[in-house]
Write a protein that binds this ligand. Structure first.
Ligand code: 8YV
Length: 333
């Protein structure tokens, strides 16, 4: 942008090198090379000064923070798809545009969902630990390490958006029958291609599935969507996989049902109070009832570079006076 003052862009976490290099070229980029999560006072200082803030899921961009923003702050270009940590309504009221990074992390997140879907019933983590543990492997046995078959089972997808659909495509190839619950029924062509069954009633779907995959965004409407009451509808042989957001499931209730043998297990990549982890979940992991990952759904180098590229495109479009491609609008209440 020759002749024009470069916008001050504060990036709250370390991003992949090619992204940071490009940001340095284009903007007055304030990087976080040490990748230490910013404290709330540091975030306040950032929003007072920046023209653009680039936060991630680890930053709480709530109404109190937005109220302290300086007049310069006109864009919050989130590095990530989910904007549950950003008060988009408060931002809009202050004339601050919010953008995110959809599409580019769909396939990676769907891959990780499949990985968890296989990991729990097929005892993947438990099996891998046999060879690296203290004890010597005694060798193969016909009745040892038996898991449960995936092929031919019923998968219920909660949230049939981009990621849910990408999960369905993969799961169909693994021989699962596809069922889904969504606010709106998807296009007939998509449903036909996936041979998917739509369930208007989430309760009825939950009661009949072998595996549940949570793929909806976290919004006030989806908070504890899988409540204690709904989780209790699941069959005792059912597994749950969550690569969306922790607070969509009542985690305490999930733990209790697994402890009591009322649900077979879970594969989780996200947690209700992330990064704090429920100690009871860790105990269940030690008993191989759950497989836990540290929010790795979109963690590929390619994905993170693509996300950075999207952030840059959104900032460039905005700074040049255009509508950024990935604008997030406040939820209608
Ligand atoms: C990201 C995610 O790693 O984009 C999302 O919504 O959950 C993750 O895949 C994270 O949000 C980056 O801020």
């Amino acid at each position: 942008m020759p002749g024009k003052k470069k916008p001050l862009v504060v990036i709250t976490r370390k991003l992949p090198d090619p992204v940071e290099t490009r940001m340095r070229e284009l903007f007055d980029a304030r990087l976080n090379v040490e990748d230490r999560p910013m404290t709330q006072p540091e975030l306040v200082a950032a929003v007072k000064e920046a023209d653009v803030l680039v936060p991630t899921v680890t930053d709480q961009i709530d109404a109190a923070l937005i109220a302290q923003a300086g007049d310069n702050l006109k864009l919050i270009a989130n590095f990530g798809n989910g904007v549950d940590k950003i008060d988009v309504t408060a931002a809009a009221k202050r004339g601050i545009t919010v953008t995110n990074t959809p599409n580019v992390l769909t396939e990676d997140t769907a891959d990780m969902t499949m990985a968890l879907m296989l990991a729990v019933p097929r005892r993947l983590a438990e099996g891998a630990s046999v060879l690296t543990g203290d004890k010597k492997w005694a060798g193969w046995s016909p009745t040892w390490m038996l898991g449960r078959r995936i092929w031919g089972k019923r998968l219920g997808i909660v949230g049939m958006g981009r990621i849910g659909t990408a999960v369905a495509r993969r799961a169909k190839a693994f021989g699962l029958s596809i069922h889904y619950h969504n606010r709106h029924r998807v296009l007939p062509a998509v449903e036909d291609g996936l041979e998917a069954t739509y369930w208007e009633s989430l309760d009825q779907m939950l009661a009949r599935m072998d595996i549940i995959s949570v793929n909806c965004p976290s919004t006030p409407a989806t908070f504890h969507l899988l409540s204690a009451r709904r989780l209790a509808l699941l069959q005792p042989t059912a597994y749950i996989v969550n690569t969306a957001r922790g607070d969509i499931i009542d985690e305490e209730a999930l733990v209790k049902l697994i402890q009591d043998g009322k649900i077979a297990g879970a594969g989780l990549d996200v947690y209700e109070h992330e990064p704090a982890l429920n100690g009871k979940l860790l105990k269940l992991a030690a008993r191989n009832k759950v497989v836990l990952l540290p929010h790795m759904g979109s963690a590929t180098l390619e994905g993170r570079i693509d996300m950075g590229e999207k952030v840059i495109i959104n900032i460039r479009a905005f700074v040049d006076g255009h509508r950024p491609p990935d604008r997030v609008l406040p939820l209608r209440t």
